[in-house]
Ligand binder design. Structure first.
Ligand SMILES: *Cc1c(COP(=O)(O)O)cnc(C)c1O
Length: 359
């Protein structure tokens, strides 16, 4: 049975994008970020496609365990570390690498079972003011960790950039200077850059880059699309036409009747809505591809449906015809602008009811 809404995942595009990332950061190893169900693309399928990555990064223990349960043994970093003894034990058994960003996590490591060994990434808060140690606290955390028997020597060094997608700001330069000052005389591997950081700041590439969005073929920089960088979009969100009707000028469409036909209009109804993660705030005028041709939304997004003005299409749509909401031929970056959000949120936000099909 054909699903009404599907997200097709192009694994050859994923592999291509990993190669592009490697070309940009030829001296760095790649920690492929696959948290949040690989940005909506499917954690295990993406991990399998990216098995040549040097490591994976996930936010939480359960995400890492899902990889291990699928038999994936690639080194895996927990970007938020662990928060209780149970998580610590699970991480030890699974061989996860831990980001350590809070004093409580160092105390937790003190309680690790004899024989447990962790590769640890100590996180400097270089100015984002979210996770990490600052100033003196970083130096003393480094000393405490280095003295722990369960921590592999040397401790590795980590920070995160707040505004790398706005390279014209002084923020990233300030963060890089703070990281350098705090870590200059320390041994260990270094990891600083997310997608935007590795694109815009060669100095941030360091030993390990941590791309997420780029791997999915999407630009982290506003005003550009992944294709501009030679990337290929990985996810295409698809649905079908389930009704076609002709409206007279003056007729209204959808809840609240907030779109009025200004001319005799042919309207196609497609089976996709906010129940699938296609945002309700997308306004009339948002593009969609019907049979590969561009048309625009007319009326409010419902839970299960949208209306599309197909009056000007060369080929009149019929029931069952394909509709692309984003992806192949319609950049998710463009839809994100219409939705007044970032592509990350659209990709992560596809709902349980969307059938993910791995190609
Ligand atoms: C999510 C995340 C990344 C990846 O960010 P992108 O912008 O998708 O490349 C890198 N590092 C950390 C710490 C993250 O949380």
């Amino acid at each position: 049975m054909t699903p009404m809404v599907s997200a097709t995942i192009d694994t050859s595009a994923l592999r291509h994008n990993l190669q592009v990332v490697r070309q940009w950061a030829p001296r760095s190893r790649v920690m492929a970020v696959i948290k949040a169900n690989a940005y909506g693309h499917g954690l295990v399928a993406v991990a399998r496609a990216l098995e040549s990555a040097d490591a994976f990064a996930v936010a939480r223990v359960d995400e890492g365990l899902t990889l291990r349960e699928a038999g994936i043994k690639t080194p895996t970093v927990l970007l938020e570390g662990v928060f209780d003894f149970e998580q610590l034990e699970a991480a030890a058994a699974a061989g996860f690498e831990l980001v350590v960003h809070a004093p409580e996590q160092i105390e937790l490591l003190r309680s690790a079972a004899a024989g447990a060994r962790f590769k640890v990434w100590l996180k400097l808060d270089s100015g984002m003011n979210r996770l990490g140690f600052k100033g003196e606290a970083f130096a003393s955390a480094h000393a405490s960790l280095s003295a722990l028997g369960c921590v592999q020597s040397p401790v590795n060094l980590f920070t995160h950039l707040a505004s790398a997608d706005e390279p014209e700001l002084p923020t990233t330069g300030d963060q890089l200077a703070r990281f350098d000052a705090a870590t200059r005389f320390l041994p260990g591997e270094r990891s600083i850059a997310n997608s935007a950081g590795m694109l815009s700041f060669a100095a941030a590439q360091a030993d390990w880059v941590r791309p997420g969005l780029l791997l999915y073929g999407v630009s982290p920089i506003a005003g550009a699309i992944g294709v501009d960088y030679g990337l290929q979009p990985v996810m295409t969100l698809r649905s079908h036409v389930i009704a076609v009707k002709d409206l007279a000028a003056g007729e209204q469409v959808g809840y609240g009747g907030n779109w009025t036909a200004a001319r005799p209009t042919r309207l196609a109804v497609a089976a996709v809505g906010y129940g699938d993660g296609y945002p309700r705030n997308l306004p009339s005028g948002t593009p969609a591809l019907v049979n590969g041709e561009r048309a625009v939304l007319a009326g409010r997004v419902s839970m299960d449906m949208i209306g599309i003005d197909v009056t000007d299409l060369r080929r009149a749509p019929k029931l069952g015809d394909p509709v692309i909401l984003w992806g192949d031929g319609l950049p998710v970056e463009e839809i994100a602008v219409w939705a007044e959000t970032i592509p990350y949120e659209l990709l992560c936000g596809i709902s349980q009811r969307v059938a993910v099909a791995v190609l």
